[in-house]
Write a protein that binds this ligand. Structure first.
Ligand code: ATP
Length: 292
């Protein structure tokens, strides 16, 4: 028996850090949404109780360091599952890019195993297991659009933002989330994103208000580490993007536009500068994601 599950990338429409917690984590507030740039996770029931994994990208780990593998191990332990699984990840989302590719693979694995192993768990139960793997995994379990709080694991579901195109560009450098948070100083933040205004823009499906409300407090840190991020942002703005922001801890930068003609202009301008450029649509709501 074999099933395939999509694992969409996420982008941050906002990312704010509210405080540093005594446990070393940061208290965050983020508005996140999924886009139709996705990995595919194939799950095949094994004849034994082993967990094995292959990935189309050879540099991605194929053992317990892989978030999808870890998800399978945790779910099997937690619910004492007697079965095994072979996981195959067809990698389309760039790695270490700020797009939660690994987290989304883990979430897709949890959703797929729930079906393959006949566990009948709720998304809330799957998200709880996901939180042990990484802060972005619970959001990826639900997908759609949400406000994430706490370490990122507390999810408030939101409606779909105004439909638009998303052009993503990743400079040829990987950025470690730990390094970026390591260099982040809350007291140096000059301007926090207006999360409430972003929430209003989503509720009203107001595209220009959404573009005006984009904000990410980690951007300055990554811009200093990787100057190419700034160049990509500037190029996107010069090519007519309505809104531009770095996603997560970067280095991927995305542009939002509503007019299709602008998509081609921005895509072509970027392709002359970086290789990894993608055109996607926002998935918006959970329902659309399941149908995608
Ligand atoms: P986030 O936005 O959640 O911080 P990211 O997009 O910055 O995620 P990932 O692509 O998830 O980063 O990869 C981060 C690291 O995790 C990589 O260095 C990679 O070796 C490891 N990793 C573990 N599992 C996976 C996976 N399934 N796909 C990609 N990377 C993975």
């Amino acid at each position: 028996m074999r099933i395939s599950v999509k694992a969409p990338a996420k982008i941050n429409l906002t990312l704010d850090v509210l405080a540093k917690r005594p446990d070393g984590y940061h208290e965050v507030e983020m508005v996140m949404t999924t886009v139709d740039l996705a990995d595919r996770v194939d799950l095949t029931l094994r004849g034994d109780d082993q967990i094995t994994l292959d990935c189309s990208a050879s540099f991605v780990p194929d053992d317990i360091r892989n978030h999808a593998y870890k998800a399978a191990v945790l779910l099997k332990e937690r619910y004492q599952v007697p079965y095994g699984v072979h996981l195959y990840i067809d990698k389309q989302i760039p790695v270490a890019a700020g797009l939660a590719g690994g987290s989304s693979d883990a979430a897709a694995t949890l959703r797929g195993l729930n079906q393959l192993w006949g566990l009948d768990l709720t998304l809330d139960q799957l998200a709880e297991v996901g939180a042990e793997i990484g802060s972005d995994v619970p959001f990826c379990v639900y997908g759609g659009t949400a406000l994430a709080k706490g370490r990122g694991e507390k999810i408030v579901h939101l409606g779909a933002p105004a439909p638009c195109w998303v052009i993503l560009a990743k400079p040829p450098v990987g950025v470690s989330t730990a390094d970026v948070y390591g260099q982040f100083r809350l007291e140096h933040v000059k301007q926090h994103p207006d999360t409430r205004r972003m929430l209003r823009s989503i509720e009203e499906q107001d595209f220009s208000l959404m573009c005006q409300s984009l904000g990410n407090v980690l951007e300055t840190v990554t811009l200093n580490l990787q100057p190419q991020v700034r160049q990509i942002k500037e190029l996107m703005i010069a090519s007519g993007a309505d809104g531009v922001l770095m996603s997560g801890s970067g280095p991927t930068v995305f542009a939002l536009v509503q007019k299709e003609a602008k998509v081609h202009r921005i895509y072509n301008a970027l392709r002359g500068f970086v290789k990894d450029v993608y055109v996607a649509r926002m998935l918006g709501s959970q329902e659309r994601e399941i149908l995608a």
